[in-house]
Design a protein around this ligand. Structure first.
Ligand SMILES: [Zn+2]
Length: 455
């Protein structure tokens, strides 16, 4: 078996275009690119990297982002106040919902510009009354990737990332998965993206999988078309009229074909010797497995296969599945062992990816650049083991301040109860805080497609 060091070297070589040149590394890059395994850094070293990278990031946004600077002034916190690891919790957190509070038309572009840290490249918008997608395209042409995710209320969370931040985020996701799934990953293998094509779309969980297309040789994509913000609004039941009906009808047909295509791909690969992996929304694979069961089939892919899920666990309108019951179905129907069926938890506004360990399926935190916080109803930090609202300090967000309170409810433990990786973990079943709407990239896709395919 390949040593872990050699394994990671091969991986880094494969995705070298995502790694900035060494002589330009910031303390945040140091915390992300240097450690061989982000989940196995001794606590003392991880905290040192974390303090350095977060001090750097806080100072950077304080100096180069006017709205955040004013926000910090209001909270009477400045970079000099952050001296040691316990001071990090003084960094002012941007409330959940802020990145959702955007206007329409050209004001939307101005709003994105105000969030942006540092100098925004020149953005050319040819339309007088641009819609969201036209603004996103204009930013993309200037090298700023605006990704989004939304709640069922149809309100998106928009985040602008410069290429460097975007690459860091993708690299972080890929490295976290590759290290947890060791020794599974290899370039010469097959893969299926259970999400919209990252090269054609800006939905975050899908978009962040673009690196998968470079890290694995033969990639198939479940949804190979462009989906715009309007289609999502309509298919989630917000739009009205004939056009909405047509889009819903079209999405039903496309969904059925999508499931059929994935089943055929699995059929085709069942006797091959090549490794295969599937990454994306759990509900898509759930319907694929249901179809396989309906056909009276089972597969025995074994250790040749891996599944990585993300984006939320709502399968039907009323049913929330747990990642553990999902793993059992994957084992039963596809024959893929539970150690190679891992869930990843992340969000559009952050670049920290919590990936389950194969031993216990707890969500491990990449502690060198990402500090998780859990808050009570008064937004005070609670102790390890208590449930509360998830917030984080993210050092690799350079184009927007990544110090954010979320609407997710989590339990943070100081150490994994099962495996020996150092550093904190989240309990695997993440929920929404009461009153906060369901959201997530898989939820968006699910609402679009499962109106009919589940029946
Ligand atoms: Zn663990």
């Amino acid at each position: 078996m390949l040593s872990y060091d050699q394994y990671l070297k091969n991986f880094d070589k494969c995705v070298s275009s995502y790694i900035p040149p060494y002589n330009s590394w910031t303390p945040a890059d140091e915390a992300l690119y240097k450690p061989k395994d982000l989940y196995r850094i001794p606590i003392k070293d991880a905290e040192e990297l974390q303090l350095k990278s977060l001090k750097f990031a806080f100072n950077y946004h304080y100096e180069k982002n006017k709205f955040y600077h004013d926000f910090c002034k209001e909270h009477k916190v400045e970079p000099n106040d952050i001296k040691n690891i316990s001071d990090l919790s003084k960094i002012p957190l941007i409330p959940d919902g802020f990145y959702k509070d955007y206007p329409h038309g050209k004001d939307f572009a101005t709003w994105l510009g105000n969030i942006y840290t540092g100098e925004l490249p020149k953005i050319v918008i040819p339309h007088t009354m641009p819609n969201y997608d036209q603004v996103i395209d204009a930013f993309s042409k200037a090298g700023v990737i605006v990704t989004y995710s939304s709640g069922t209320g149809g309100r998106h969370t928009f985040i602008p990332r410069d290429i460097r931040t975007f690459h860091s985020s993708e690299y972080a996701l890929a490295k976290c998965v590759v290290s947890m799934i060791y020794p599974f990953w290899e370039y010469d293998s097959g893969g299926y993206i259970l999400m919209p094509n990252p090269r054609k779309n800006f939905i975050y969980a899908g978009k962040a999988l673009e690196i998968y297309m470079d890290a694995v040789k033969n990639i198939q994509v479940a949804i190979d078309r462009h989906i715009n913000t309007e289609t999502i609004r309509i298919t989630m039941g917000i739009g009205k009229g004939i056009r909405s009906k047509f889009i819903r009808f079209a999405s039903k047909r496309v969904s059925k074909k999508m499931i059929k295509d994935i089943v055929s791909w699995l059929e085709h690969n069942k006797n091959s010797t090549e490794k295969i992996s599937m990454i994306g929304a759990p509900f898509i694979l759930y319907f694929v497995m249901k179809k396989i069961q309906d056909l009276g089939l089972t597969f025995d892919i074994g250790e040749r296969g891996a599944v990585v899920t993300g984006g939320g666990w709502k399968i039907h309108e009323q049913i929330r599945m747990t990642s553990s019951s999902f793993r059992k179905i994957v084992k039963e129907v596809l024959g893929i062992p539970e150690k190679f069926c891992l869930d990843a938890y992340g969000m559009v506004e952050g670049n920290g990816w919590m990936v389950q360990c194969p031993e216990g399926h707890y969500l491990h935190v990449p502690y060198s650049y990402f500090k998780p916080l859990v808050l009570d109803d008064e937004f005070n930090q609670v102790a390890y083991g208590e449930t509360g609202r998830f917030a984080f300090l993210d050092a690799i967000a350079m184009s927007y301040p990544g110090f954010i309170t979320t609407g997710d409810k989590v339990k943070l433990l100081e150490h994994c109860p099962v495996c020996d990786r150092p550093g904190p973990v989240l309990d695997p079943e993440v929920e929404r805080v009461k009153g906060a709407e369901t959201r997530g990239c898989a939820e968006e896709m699910r609402s679009m497609m499962t109106r009919d395919i589940g029946r």
